[in-house]
Design a protein around this ligand. Structure first.
Ligand SMILES: Cc1cc2nc3c(=O)[nH]c(=O)nc-3n(C[C@H](O)[C@H](O)[C@H](O)COP(=O)(O)OP(=O)(O)OC[C@H]3O[C@@H](n4cnc5c(N)ncnc54)[C@H](O)[C@@H]3O)c2cc1C
Length: 576
């Protein structure tokens, strides 16, 4: 192959095409793999120039010929409640909310496989509409699946039993209340991340506040996920080591369930029995529709941000340093990531800092490509706090053999933090699949899980398995695995994914740290948490949703026999 870069697809994406449904983010945005990444793909997969010719781009119109199965009188009841413009039954609109961004969804869309369509998409305007919808669904036994931003990577929004999909983004995206004395904001569940952050950063101008604020929650999917989706999947933002996961940021919720509306109170703490907020969070649409959330706010102090990046001789030293950073009581980093050796080599290529002379120099001081590991991140808070945390971190890193690298590395990560998912589209255009699974480990089990899951992943020849630690705590961290393989057969993919999930379970990690369980990981849940805990979830489900209408079909292992959940066969139009 010549040194010329492949001709990645760069044309316009028709709005009604398969590609518009499967691609990440904005229709006409993309991020192409750079030369370093292309060379890595060539070497790993033995790909020729011809192999890099994009194919199966999905530019044809997405045609869905499957009429809604809802009786006309039910549709009429929805129209009367919501107004006709908020009840949509055409095939394309239903397909737009049928899938999330699970790799299986993207593979199905590339192959034109349509299954599990909702029979109608409803656009509620407010909580009263949601209550009305839930009541109609209850009367007629219609399944109901909430749809936030549709960025689920666990088959969360898939309407396995048909019924209606509730699109909360259209109208339910407003600020309901702001309390500067308590430092809280209450918003509707369908608000997108950037809208919330804009309002908070510009609070003096937009809310008449004395200061600017931040929510502190920045998942990689930030631009396209909603506040409601964050909460019900127990998400984590990239700055969670400082701000906490979403469950640390939520103060109160309002959820419409078939049992009635449940509203929790915005007290910072209470000893009034088990915490209903914790029960509702993580319910993934299976208990009810989250309509409002009150969030704790932080002061917005961007000027205090300090960046760091270090290279360590190996992963053991890097993770030991990470643990010490979290346990030393010297202030916590905000963004905090430690890549293993394979990921370090790939990100150095991706960030364009993988120069032969730099590699030779770093090898001289024991930081060899193939074993060296990158730690990067930021500190925040006030200037003084950020400075202390940064200094403490630097001291610890040096003690564990870390060497500071160029500031370019963290800046390059920042530059790509929300844009890297676009790479997935280009790679899939040439038959390369890139997928992720993530879990929580204790510091004590980290090495075992890392080794075991990598061994399972690498059992398949010519597979790249990159791992990073992010979202760290004094007691452990999240391990995030990224697999890159030449693979486009759905059966192969599902079998491979099941092997990795088996390995995560077998090595004692959780089945998820922040993506949730959805319908994808549900078959592994009981083995991780135990029957008693799952029975507790099922008792809660019976309480909130006795007729099993809320997001049914395997979510959180609350229904369907295990064998059926595992045995899903993707074989074309099944349930449209
Ligand atoms: C490229 C990429 C990067 C990602 N990065 C991160 C990350 O850094 N951190 C992270 O935590 N996650 C990440 N995710 C996963 C995903 O973005 C999160 O799970 C997100 O919280 C989902 O929000 P959403 O609004 O898109 O929800 P959806 O995908 O629409 O829904 C997810 C689940 O929540 C339910 N739901 C949605 N809204 C409501 C509601 N109002 N009431 C009741 N149920 C509801 C749905 O029925 C579904 O079960 C990433 C995903 C992708 C594709």
């Amino acid at each position: 192959m010549t040194d010329a870069l492949p001709k990645w697809f760069d044309g316009p994406v028709p709005e009604a095409s398969w590609r518009a449904l499967l691609k990440w983010g904005s229709l006409n945005e993309s991020k192409h793999p750079n030369a370093g990444l292309v060379r890595l793909m060539q070497r790993t997969f033995g790909m020729s120039e011809a192999d890099f010719a994009p194919r199966n781009l999905g530019l044809e119109p997405a045609v869905v010929d499957a009429p809604s199965r809802l009786p006309e009188e039910t549709l009429a009841a929805f129209r009367e409640l919501l107004g006709p413009e908020n009840v949509v039954t055409d095939g394309l609109s239903r397909l737009r909310v049928a899938y999330g961004k699970t790799m299986l969804d993207l593979l199905r869309l590339r192959q034109g496989i349509v299954e599990h369509l909702p029979d109608a998409v409803l656009h509620p305007r407010d909580r009263h509409d949601v209550e009305g919808i839930v009541a109609i669904c209850g009367r007629h036994g219609i399944p109901l699946t909430p749809f936030g931003g549709g960025t689920s990577v666990t088959r969360g929004v898939e309407c396995v039993k048909g019924g209606v999909s509730l699109d909360l983004r259209t109208h339910m995206n407003k600020v309901i209340g702001f309390n500067e004395v308590d430092q809280t904001i209450t918003v509707e569940a369908g608000m997108y991340g950037p809208e919330l952050e804009q309002v908070l950063n510009r609070a003096p101008e937009l809310l008449g506040a004395r200061r600017a604020y931040t929510c502190g929650h920045f998942p990689q999917s930030f631009e396209f996920a909603t506040v409601g989706g964050w909460v019900v999947t127990r998400g984590a933002g990239q700055n969670s080591t400082y701000y906490g996961k979403i469950e640390d940021l939520v103060l109160a919720q309002e959820m419409v369930t078939p049992r009635g509306v449940i509203r929790t109170q915005a007290h910072p703490a209470a000893a009034t029995g088990p915490d209903p907020d914790q029960i509702l969070m993580g319910s993934e649409g299976a208990f009810g529709v989250l309509t409002q959330v009150t969030l704790r706010l932080h002061r917005h102090l961007p000027e205090a941000l300090r960046r760091f990046s270090y290279l360590f001789p190996d992963f053991a030293l890097a993770t030991a340093a990470a643990r010490e950073c979290l346990q030393s009581e010297g202030g916590r980093p905000s963004v905090f990531r430690v890549s293993d050796a394979e990921e370090t080599d790939v990100v150095m290529k991706l960030y364009g800092v993988d120069r032969p002379w730099a590699n030779a120099l770093s090898s001289l001081v024991g930081l060899k490509p193939g074993s060296r590991c990158l730690m990067l991140g930021t500190t925040g808070g006030t200037e003084a706090l950020s400075k202390v945390a940064r200094k403490n971190l630097g001291r610890i890193c040096r003690r564990f053999g870390g060497r500071a690298t160029s500031g370019l590395v963290t800046r390059a990560w920042e530059h790509g933090r929300f844009r890297d998912p676009y790479l997935r589209d280009d790679l899939q255009d040439v038959g390369i699949l890139i997928d992720t699974l993530e879990c929580t480990v204790t510091w004590d089990t980290l090495e075992r899980v890392h080794r075991g899951v990598r061994a399972a992943a690498k059992d398949r020849p010519r597979t790249i398995c990159m791992t990073h630690l992010s979202h760290a705590y004094p007691q452990g961290a999240n391990l995030y695995f990224i697999f890159i393989a030449r693979m486009d057969d759905i059966g192969d993919y599902l079998a491979y994914q099941a092997e990795i999930l088996d390995a995560i379970l077998a090595h004692g990690a959780t089945m998820s740290h922040h993506h949730g369980i959805g319908k994808m990981t549900a078959p592994w849940l009981e083995a991780q948490i135990g029957t008693e805990q799952l029975e507790l979830f099922r008792a809660l489900k019976r309480h909130f949703d006795p007729a099993n209408l809320m997001n049914p079909g395997g979510t959180l292992a609350l229904d369907l026999p295990d064998a059926e959940r595992r045995g899903w066969i993707v074989s074309g139009i099944q349930n449209c």
